[in-house]
Design a protein around this ligand. Structure first.
Ligand SMILES: [Zn+2]
Length: 492
């Protein structure tokens, strides 16, 4: 049986991948594309933010089931803002201790639902060995010690030394090191300035050592983050950023006697978590949430929720969760933002139903689970109202989506990740939300929305005798990999 390697390249986009290969700048990815199956329009998870997508990738379900709503969200039960680290300014305000605890411990051990199993749990319960390199969602059946760099150790009051769980092979930069093999020689990629080893070079260094050690797990998920960071700042050089990733992949390919040998021993899968949208250069491309909601008392970052707070803002770049704290004020909050045409979609729950409208318009539509209409993934739905709001086309009983891929299941997934009343906003192409201390990307790239530019990612599968089913979704990767490793897929 071949091993499976899943490479997650942050913000890799199909058009850039194709341009990069056409320019001869991605020999590694070109090799895999020529040897395998290429799907340019795989649908990812909403919100199009890495944290919730990683959780979907390893559990095979949308956030309504795995319960991690986004990168930034509000937990009404514990009355706390959850932030898995989105930029140094907001981390500074919320507190490094809180953010580091959220991402290192809470995400996997508290927030990610125990009602779903991760691919690592599923594989290791079936006698396979699983591995995770630099992925923030990594829950598994083995405990691993965290060794924090001194700065973070002091900042977090030494509280994070408790063990975190993961698969047998677990690597998280310099914080969690696999004990399988000789230590990797220290280099600049492990320094604090490079995200404590959460970078491409370190991930590939670890992967190379894993393969050379002769103890490669049956499945390994490898996260390569740098393409995303560079694209946020300099989207015009997208081809070069992906070419840089390819150099790292070639470094891995070159440890084998031939590149063909890689595919004799492994099924190699390449996917992205989301795309990016260009943000305009002028200030009006920042949608200032606090000025739109100026008549409400908004929870300040780092403050405890008090009686006087009326709304909590959770800004996920091109998507935002608004939590009305006062009973019955939800529709007033919708009214406060609905006049702005820079807001693309406004969606909220009405009982079991989802209501959606567009910014600057009064037209709305509504959809709910079960019914006579079927989407292309076989899920049944009912809907009524102006279907153009979500660019839905009905062909007989079939639902077809275009501007917003898998729109119903993905919006439902975000809104029903929590029971609390919540309003979802997305920004129109070219725009992004700003709020207290949020990162901004005027003239750069951003993501988070339901729109296809943020939502369609390339998927490459090489070395497998099977075809990935089409149309493809990121949530279908788990079942494909379990089947590849002869492990029964739950529910099939
Ligand atoms: Zn990003």
């Amino acid at each position: 049986m071949k091993k499976v390697l899943l490479f997650l390249i942050d913000s890799m986009m199909p058009d850039i991948l194709e341009q990069c290969i056409a320019a001869g700048k991605a020999p590694g990815l070109q090799f895999f594309m020529e040897k395998g199956q290429y799907i340019p329009d795989c649908v990812t998870v909403f919100p199009t933010m890495t944290a919730s997508i990683d959780c979907s990738m390893i559990t095979g379900v949308y956030p309504d089931q795995h319960k991690v709503p986004g990168l930034v969200w509000y937990d009404p039960d514990n009355r706390e803002l959850v932030n898995y680290i989105n930029g140094t300014v907001s981390v500074g305000k919320i507190g490094l201790e809180q953010c580091a605890k959220n991402v290192l411990f809470d995400l996997n051990e508290r927030h990610l639902s125990r009602d779903v199993k991760t691919i690592h749990e599923e594989l290791e319960e079936n006698g396979r060995i699983s591995g995770s390199i630099n992925v923030i969602a990594h829950r598994g059946h083995k405990q691993h010690k965290v060794s924090l760099p001194p700065l973070l150790d002091v900042a977090t009051g030494f509280t994070l030394r408790e063990k975190i769980s993961g698969p047998t092979l677990m690597s998280l930069g310099t914080l969690v090191k696999p004990g399988l093999f000789r230590p990797i020689v220290w280099n600049f990629s492990q320094s604090a300035w490079e995200g404590y080893g959460i970078n491409d070079t370190h991930a590939i260094d670890v992967l190379i050592e894993v393969v050379k050690s002769g103890q490669q797990p049956d499945f390994t998920l490898i996260y390569l983050p740098e393409n995303d960071r560079k694209l946020h700042r300099a989207p015009g050089e997208a081809v070069q950023h992906l070419a840089d990733v390819d150099k790292e992949l070639v470094r891995f390919l070159d440890i084998y006697p031939s590149w063909d040998q890689v595919l004799k021993e492994n099924v190699c899968i390449f996917v992205s978590d989301h795309g990016q949208t260009l943000i305009g250069e002028s200030k009006e491309h920042d949608i200032d949430l606090e000025s739109l909601l100026s008549s409400y008392a908004i929870l300040r970052l780092g403050a405890k929720v008090s009686e006087k707070d009326e709304v909590v803002l959770c800004n996920n770049e091109r998507m935002t969760y608004l939590y009305p704290l006062v009973e019955g004020e939800g529709m007033d909050v919708v009214d406060a933002v609905s006049g702005d045409e820079r807001i693309d979609l406004i969606a909220w729950k009405e009982g079991e139903k989802v209501r959606v409208m567009r910014g600057g318009s009064r037209e709305s539509m509504c959809f709910w689970k079960a019914g006579t209409y079927q989407d292309v993934y076989g899920q049944g739905w009912s809907c009524e109202g102006d279907l153009q709001v979500l660019d839905v086309r009905l062909v007989g009983n079939e639902l077809h989506f275009d501007a917003y891929p898998d729109a119903f299941a993905r919006l439902y997934g975000a809104l029903f990740a929590q029971e609390a009343p919540v309003i979802v906003l997305t920004a129109a192409p070219g725009y992004e939300f700003v709020s207290e201390a949020s990162p901004t990307h005027l003239g750069g790239g951003s993501h988070g929305s339901l729109h296809k530019r943020d939502s369609l990612v390339p998927l490459l599968v090489a070395g497998s005798s099977r075809r990935f089913k089409y149309p493809a979704r990121v949530v279908d990767l788990k079942a494909f990999i379990l089947e590849e490793l002869n492990v029964p897929v739950p529910g099939q």
